[in-house]
Design a protein. Sequence first.
Length: 151
Amino acid sequence: MKDFTIKAVASGLGTGYAPIFPGTWGTLPGVLLAWLLFDWGWEVQVGLTLAALVIGVWSATRAESYYGIDNKKIVIDEIGGILVAYVLVPHVWQYYLIGFIIFRILDIWKPYPAANWEAFPGGWGTVADDFAVGVYTNVLLQMIALFGFWL
């Protein structure tokens, strides 16, 4: 049961097993969580995001013994990262869609210093680069919201 739980959490309830674009599929549970729960206030946003990051480090560290280091099946880092991207962003579907697109582009590109953070040991490295990309995405979304671009 313990092995199943670790694999289920680390793979984003199996979305990491998608044959193509597992990172993109693995981001979707985070988008859904944010959409369903982030309208409840900043306390929920911050609490859920911190919990996802802590659970992400824990499960990614343990899942590496099954899958290998930063295996594509491990997508809990995408879930935590997209939650970071949406913290304090207006709860409007257009921001969530734009954020999803920006996050995926930046997660693939990994602009400095995000790529360097992958070198952290264990699950820390798996989660840290997505945390950085989530921060980048959040800053861009805050600018879009502040200046009213696209909406």
